[in-house]
Design a protein around this ligand. Structure first.
Ligand code: DON
Length: 402
């Protein structure tokens, strides 16, 4: 069989009408072919699907911001970054001077003022400008699983006219939220925005956040689980600028756009998706990208607030009464998280306190998260205290017992 997924992607693209205009405040971006359109998916196992112009390179622009934020979190720790960049949606356009009234911190790392500040935090202050940029380029490359390069034409085109970003950098520097020379920071940030990626790259980069920091294609751990979770949280509230509320309601996938025409979105543990189509709406988000994400979310049930299947199916309890003994058997299946583990503990609670042997069959369990491990191992300990001889069938060692 040939998998239907690429056909589905191609067909879905056909239904997305274009509109808007390419970004021209960065002169070089006005030269791209505005009709290009591509989409790519990457699964947690690293399987990739694509359609259209998914392998055409374009400049990552603001879609780089979550990854630079991740690098800053790794370098300075969450508290070290949050002291200088807040995590509140600004409700303002991406190039606004949105700072917290009391502390003067930029509102969040997804708007320009916050991303410029974040760039300064990606590496220690005593690194050279070249070392800092290479750290960011190499970091984004690890997210993509290939060496990424800078489009120097785009860089020169933007830096020549980046008066507004320069003023934002001077504002933050004057408040004291970074120590470096503002012009160096804007140059580095602008280079970061000029890194070339494809929709295929962005899908892998997104999935790396959605697996908790491990690149699903190369297997390399790029950032910690805590960092990945934090970045996705900020993307979900601030990633689409002043359209973030609409986006989260309609699409429900943490995402980030760039004026190069890219959008990537991540449903943790499910899929990384990316689109590329250069014409933008008034918020600076790709028109066909937004339309395609709306369709993907509906068709594939990807809304973050969609309710997952009930947890009842996680446990089957039965009593086997045959010589030489009567025993209670509990069989579990699927992934075990909080709700499933609570169901498991209720099933344990229903076992009468007596000397009957209890067989626990975990052979059909696919995974158990940290909370499930704590809850179920504690339940097993208590069953033992109740006096039941226990037989545990856990061939995949999901309970990770000594
Ligand atoms: O700083 C800028 O204005 C650009 N390098 C990036 C802005 C951007 O991509 C906004 N996104 N939609």
């Amino acid at each position: 069989m040939k998998t239907p997924l690429p056909d589905y992607l191609s067909e879905t693209m056909l239904g997305c009408f274009d509109g808007g205009a390419v970004a021209d405040y960065i002169p070089e971006l006005a030269n791209v072919d505005p009709d290009q359109f591509g989409v790519a998916l990457c699964t947690p196992e690293g399987t990739q699907y694509e359609a259209g112009d998914a392998e055409v390179e374009f400049s990552i622009q603001s879609a780089s911001k979550p990854f630079a934020y991740a690098l800053a979190l790794e370098t300075r720790g969450a508290a070290g970054v949050e002291a200088h960049v807040n995590v509140e949606p600004s409700g303002d356009p991406f190039n606004s001077a949105s700072v917290d009234e009391e502390t003067g911190r930029p509102d969040n790392p997804m708007i320009n003022i916050g991303a410029i500040t974040t760039y300064a935090l990606t590496a220690p202050d005593d690194w050279t400008a070249a070392e800092r940029f290479e750290h960011v380029r190499a970091g984004l490359s690890a997210f993509a699983g290939r060496e990424l390069s800078v489009d120097l034409d785009v860089y020169h085109s933007e830096i020549g006219t980046s008066y507004r970003n320069m003023s934002l950098a001077y504002l933050v520097r004057s408040i004291g939220h970074f120590e470096l020379e503002p012009s160096e920071v804007v140059a580095g940030y602008t280079r970061q925005c000029a890194i070339r990626v494809t929709a295929r790259d962005l899908a892998v980069m997104g999935m790396t956040l959605g697996t908790g920091g491990v690149n699903p294609v190369t297997g390399q751990r790029v950032v910690s689980e805590e960092t990945a979770q934090r970045v996705l949280s900020v993307m979900s509230t601030c990633g689409m600028y002043n359209a973030s509320g609409d986006w989260m309601t309609d699409v429900g996938i943490p995402a980030k756009s760039g004026v190069g025409g890219g959008i990537f979105g991540v449903l943790p543990g499910q899929v990384g998706a990316a689109t590329f189509s250069p014409r933008l709406d008034g918020f600076g988000n790709s028109v066909r990208g937004v339309a395609l994400f709306e369709r993907l979310s509906q068709d594939m049930g990807l809304h973050l607030m969609g309710v997952p299947p009930a947890s009842d199916a996680a446990v089957h309890t039965f009593t086997i009464d045959e010589a030489p003994e009567t025993r209670v058997v509990l069989a579990f299946q699927g992934p075990l998280r909080f709700a499933q583990s609570e169901r498991v503990l209720r099933a344990f609670e229903e076992i009468p306190i007596n000397e009957l042997p209890v067989h626990l069959d975990f052979s059909r369990v696919t995974s158990a998260d940290r909370v499930a491990l704590r809850m179920i191992n504690e339940g097993i300990r208590r069953l033992g205290l109740d006096g039941h001889p226990l037989h545990i069938d856990d061939p995949k060692d999901v309970l990770r017992r000594a």
